[in-house]
Design a protein around this ligand. Structure first.
Ligand code: SF4
Length: 479
């Protein structure tokens, strides 16, 4: 029988989530039963149906949806905690023909970003805000949020939220509805199909308002957080119905968008060259730094990965610092995943002569894998002709890639010989210098007192030794 596709990914989504680390490029990072995925899909479908994927910019701040940019096939900005409405204001005013979406959770929007959302709403900025209310801080492990219900147990209210000490749940829709400027304010839920349909309608209404430049639309969506609530997916749906909806009544609180005139504002004048100059990008772009003309690498996009405590972050910081001292453009980006399912710690490091755009290494040309899960996870995203440095003390398998260069180095063993596993990071720095040719071990040693400022001389000496041992191991075994 011929197969018929009845489900497909809307064009509002990137087809393959290539920015997402790891092997599972076809699914989101959200926990099973989480509401984020449903709301993402409703938004992505609307963007496709309205044919505005290309014109839309999604702003996501901190929270479980911090990685919304993995999924939406739109312009994306990931911004500081609570600041999405402020950034969305700038984006909307500078690009008045764009559709601007601010996607925020309750901890983000109602706590640290409480004033940001009120001011943007009060100005009637051209944007639609999707406010995901699950009554808890999900990403950070289930602490009390501004919308946590009276009596609700969280990790910071283990006996239940007590209004005498913790205040009352913030009803953000009702607060926004006190303001004059907003044109559309609604609260919906994702706990069953009829309510998902109503959410779909509200999502479309908000997006349509943004397309018509009607000003500020606010859609609060009650959403399941089974992990934060410590329950299975199905009971979580019932929990919304029984507990959240009585406190956060559903419905449209305001809809004056039909009669509201389009909001037109003067577009700020801006000379991009002047902005480059102010930010110092011009000098960097023109620089042609080439300290080591014979270096095998001119540009490194590196992922360092392993378990916590293996010197992952300190390897990245040390390399970025050394690179900076050399005059390269550098970036260091730690990755603290929001998923509550464990995994490896990792960081991205970029070192190059010209300006760095995105600091995350989605397509690294080098990985340093300190344990087996990291090797298995990150060798898959390594570019062809890239480099794998792996810790042969703890990894007893071989990389599967045949199109890359492999350096098997007993990183932990070398550090242990020096008396402390913590020297692993500087062994890595030495190995990196030998593999890339970008740094000279002697010059790295000259930087030691600034890298380890305040540390005893004996510790600095041992770290110097660790650099040299890592360097020598590569030179002696792979040259
Ligand atoms: S912690 Fe909660 S909100 Fe975050 S992904 Fe998991 S279920 Fe969703």
């Amino acid at each position: 029988m011929a197969q018929k596709t009845v489900l497909r990914k809307p064009k509002g989504f990137i087809d393959v989530y290539k920015h997402k680390p790891g092997a599972e490029k076809d699914r989101t990072h959200y926990c099973p039963g989480c509401g984020h995925g449903i709301l993402h899909k409703l938004i992505a479908e609307a963007l496709e149906d309205y044919d505005i994927v290309e014109k839309t910019i999604v702003i996501s701040p901190v929270g479980c949806s911090v990685f919304a940019y993995y999924y939406f096939h739109t312009g994306n900005l990931q911004v500081a905690h609570g600041r999405a409405p402020a950034v969305a204001t700038a984006v909307s005013r500078a690009n008045p023909d764009s559709i601007v979406i601010s996607y925020q959770g309750d901890g983000d929007l109602a706590a640290i970003g409480g004033n940001n959302i009120l001011q943007a709403a009060n100005r009637g900025e051209n944007m639609v805000v999707f406010f995901v209310n699950n009554a808890i801080y999900g990403m950070t492990g289930g602490q009390m949020a501004p919308t946590t219900l009276e009596g609700q147990k969280t990790t910071t209210t283990p006996y239940g939220r007590d209004p005498k000490t913790d205040g009352y749940p913030l009803q953000v829709c009702e607060i926004i509805n006190q303001l004059t400027a907003p044109v559309f304010v609604a609260r919906t839920s994702l706990h069953d199909m009829p309510n998902i349909r109503k959410t779909r309608a509200a999502v479309r209404k908000g997006i349509k308002n943004a397309m018509d430049k009607k000003g500020f639309s606010f859609v609060e969506v009650l959403s399941m957080c089974p992990s934060g609530w410590k329950m299975d997916a199905v009971p979580a749906q019932g929990w919304i119905k029984e507990n959240m909806i009585p406190r956060f009544p559903l419905g449209t609180l305001r809809d004056i968008s039909e009669d509201a005139p389009a909001v037109e504002r003067p577009v700020p004048e801006m000379d991009p060259d002047e902005v480059k100059k102010i930010l110092g990008f011009e000098a960097l772009s023109d620089s042609n730094l080439d300290k080591n003309p014979n270096a095998a690498f001119k540009k490194v996009a590196l992922r360092v990965a392993g378990f916590g405590g293996q010197g992952i972050m300190s390897t990245g910081i040390a390399l970025a610092n050394v690179g900076m001292e050399y005059g390269y453009s550098v970036s260091w980006l730690p990755s603290y995943g929001p998923e509550m399912r464990g995994g490896t710690a990792n960081c991205s490091v970029k070192i190059q002569a010209d300006t760095i755009g995105a600091s995350e290494c989605t397509e690294p040309n080098m990985i340093i894998a300190m344990n087996q899960p990291s090797l298995e996870k990150f060798e898959k995203i390594l570019l062809p002709d890239g480099v794998i440095i792996y810790n042969s003390t703890l990894i007893d398998i071989q990389p599967t890639r045949r199109d890359v260069k492999v350096y098997s180095i007993p990183i932990t063993g070398i550090a242990d010989e020096l008396g402390d596993t913590r020297f692993q990071s500087m062994v890595n720095v030495g190995a990196f210098a030998a593999v890339t040719g970008m740094f000279d071990p002697g010059e790295i040693k000259n930087l030691m007192s600034s890298l380890f400022a305040g540390k005893p001389e004996s510790v600095i000496k041992l770290n110097e030794e660790a650099v040299q041992r890592g360097y020598n191991y590569v030179k002696d075994n792979f040259s």
